[in-house]
Structure formats: structure tokens, C-alpha cells
Write a protein that binds this ligand. Sequence first.
Ligand SMILES: C[S@@+](CC[C@H](N)C(=O)[O-])C[C@H]1O[C@@H](n2cnc3c(N)ncnc32)[C@H](O)[C@@H]1O
Length: 207
Amino acid sequence: MGLFKNYVSQTRKPEGVLGKMMLNGMNSGHAKMADWGISHLSISKPAQIAELGCGGGRNAGELMSRFPDAKLTAVDYSALSVQKAAEFNRDMINSGRCKVVQGDVSALSLDKNSFDLATAFETIYFWKDLVKCFGQVAGILKSGGTFMIVNESDGTDKASLQFEKIIDGMKCYTEKEIENALISAGFSDVRTDHHPDKPWITVIAKK
Ligand SMILES: C[S@@+](CC[C@H](N)C(=O)[O-])C[C@H]1O[C@@H](n2cnc3c(N)ncnc32)[C@H](O)[C@@H]1O
């Protein structure tokens, strides 16, 4: 595998030295887009948040700053992401507001019907069987709970489609594909916003 392919493939499941570099890069590189996504949330005081595919943990930290009364569980299937996210949020872990756990969104072991908000930034591209994974998210949300997906690809932009060819197992979904998968998984009230200048999308749905 060429070095470039090996490096960009770290977005799927970060591992080793290249994975560490990628996680640092994602924490800073995704911040603007993540904050744009978070600005769409109308939920005021979520008590429990699940941050899925948390990577290096920056967005978990940001959510805890925005919602100072919330407790947050960050989940990732990469051991390295779990380690980095835990380091990034060490103070919040020590104060009892944050947990970082290793797990796959296709088989979530979090408590059912217990989260007010679930978030997924730049991660659903790698979720095998979107409807099944969205069904898992629905399972952990309380009735009326919110699921927010934020992607820097709208499934049609050239750059991301190039990455889709390079990174095994990556799929850039269109807004319609995400909306349909959410509805098939039992979500309703699906709203999508597309950034005016960039291919960024935020999709918010209710359980
Ligand atoms: C591109 S990174 C994004 C990380 C972070 N959300 C951000 O915006 O910076 C994708 C992350 O999703 C995780 N991931 C992908 N598929 C997953 C799955 N099925 N279950 C849990 N984590 C997953 C990867 O390990 C990786 O850390």
C-alpha cells in the first residue's frame, strides 16, 4: 500500500504512528465543520450525549463546553481513537462528566433509551450497513431524542469521491441516501442543511 493511501485510510480506523498523526490532524481539521454542525442544534439541555466515532475527541470536548450540564459517552472502535479521545478529555473524565469506550456502532452496548442526543461527525462513511447502525443509534436514544450527523461531503463533491476510491470501505452518502436510511431505521422529522459554499451537510432527525 502506498504511503498516501495508508495515511488517508487512517480516517477509517486509526492505528499506529500514522493513525496518531491523523487523529491530531482531524481534531484541528474538522473543528470548523463540526462547530458549524453543532450550531444547528436546537436542543437546550441534553442530560446524556453519545458522541459516536469520536476519533481524537475534540468534538466530544466541544459538546461538553456547549452543554455544561451534560454527561457524555464517546465511542469509537479504534483503540487508538479511544486512547486519544480519553487523553483529550482527561479533566472531564476525572470530574465524572465523560466516559470514552471502545465499541462498534453496528452493535452498541450502551444503555437503551437513555441518551437525549447522539452525534456522528465525519464517521458514517465507514459504518457498515447504515440502516442497521442507525437502528442501533435509535435504540440508545430516549423517545424524542435527537440524532445529528455532520459530514464534510454531500456525496457528490469531487474531492470526497476521489477519497472514496482510495479508502477501502468508504462511502460518501448523499443527503437523500442519509434521509432514507434514517427513516428506514425508524427516525422521523429529518431535516438537512447544506452549507452555502462548501459540500458540508448537517442532518438532524428525531427518534
Ligand atoms: C474520519 S474519523 C472522524 C473522527 C471525529 N468524529 C472527527 O470528526 O474528527 C472517523 C472515526 O470513526 C470511527 N469509526 C468508523 N466506523 C466506526 C464504527 N463502526 N464504530 C465506531 N467507530 C467507528 C473511526 O475509528 C474514526 O475514529
